[in-house]
Design a binder for this molecule. Structure first.
Ligand code: NAD
Length: 304
């Protein structure tokens, strides 16, 4: 059976480490992608990957059916939507912000978009640059329930899973809660391996035992911070690549800000933020977040 190909006109704003690969996957899916970034080099890379260059946000969104943004942080998202997208996109366009930002900004932009007559979703991602390039990101979506099917379809070329988290802001809430848990569990894992070492327990033996015991978690079995133990991870590459300490710190700060505003008590998240700030402050913000084990082993210098 021959299925008719639907070409979607997509505006893609923010073509950095993540957005570059994501926009390329939209083009690979035969969509017409108008791409814009403040960096001309980023636009050039997107064009080489099959996108069409736009000279401004306004030009990119002018006749878009879907607008996707992948920007650094809340202030960028507020500015790009408030000053450019809402004024220039057709009201029929579906607006999807995939950046990781604070819940308040996500809700504020959603409100502004709704008042201007648009459908909007916050849809932050789990998975790093490799997943962005492979089209295997997981999206957690905050939007009005009737809009979810359209959001899921728009994200499909970039996604291995798209989950409706709830109303506006719920996607960001899911993202920061998940990453706070990840930061805490990684530090717990690092602490346990560092203690095991001091007690003379071999790391591979502890890995095998903890993997099958009640301490088991993703940070142990999938992303073990000890080189040569378990599956290949950034630990085996001198903690290069993977999920940068500076990115984890950004997400932990978002979680702490959100907790303070919501009156939630998150002492473990606060400890994790302090430890990752220490690692970052020592000049290791670019190292994978599992490098925290070197801080706890008292061997930070080995990271150089
Ligand atoms: P990045 O800094 O590589 O890319 C951001 C891009 O946005 C840059 O190219 C920048 O020039 C562009 N930009 C900034 N302001 C702009 C504007 N006004 N108009 C147009 N373009 C503008 O960042 P990234 O690693 O791609 O991350 C993007 C988002 O994804 C962040 O919110 C980050 O927290 C989140 N995230 C990143 C990862 C990761 O592993 N890198 C994983 C999950 C989520």
């Amino acid at each position: 059976m021959c299925r008719e190909l639907h070409v979607t006109r997509i505006a893609f704003i923010g073509l950095g480490n993540m957005g570059g690969g994501m926009a390329a996957n939209q083009a690979k899916a035969q969509n017409h992608v108008r791409a814009f970034d403040l960096s001309a080099a980023a636009v050039e890379r997107a064009v080489a990957a099959g996108c069409h260059a736009a000279a401004s946000v306004a030009e990119a969104v002018a006749d878009a059916e879907v607008v996707i943004t992948m920007l650094p942080a809340g202030p960028h998202v507020r500015a790009v939507y408030g000053e450019q997208i809402l004024a220039n996109a057709p009201k029929t366009a579906l607006l999807v912000d995939c950046s990781t930002i604070d819940v308040e900004s996500a809700r504020a932009v959603a409100k502004q978009a709704a008042e201007a007559g648009f459908r909007f979703a916050d849809a932050p991602v789990s998975g790093g640059v490799m997943a962005a390039e492979a089209g295997t990101l997981a999206f957690m979506v905050g939007c009005d329930a009737p809009d979810f099917a359209a959001v899921e379809a728009a994200l499909a070329p970039m996604s291995r899973a798209t989950i409706h988290a709830g109303d506006h802001g719920a996607g960001q809430a899911a993202k920061i809660c998940n990453n706070m848990l990840l930061g805490v569990s990684m530090l717990g894992t690092c602490e346990a391996f560092a203690l095991a070492e001091k007690l003379g327990l071999a790391a591979d033996r502890f890995f095998e035992i903890a993997s099958k015991s009640s301490g088991q978690c993703w940070s142990i079995t999938t992303y073990c911070p000890v080189p040569g133990v378990g599956p290949q991870t950034p630990a085996d590459r001198h903690y290069e690549g993977g999920f940068a300490t500076a990115m984890m710190l950004k997400d932990l700060k978002l979680a702490q800000d959100a907790a303070a505003k919501a009156g939630a008590s998150t002492p473990m998240g606060a400890q994790a933020e302090a430890l990752y700030a220490l690692l970052d402050g020592n000049g290791f913000g670019g190292k994978d977040f599992s490098a925290a084990i070197q801080l706890l082993r008292g061997k930070l210098a080995d990271l150089n």
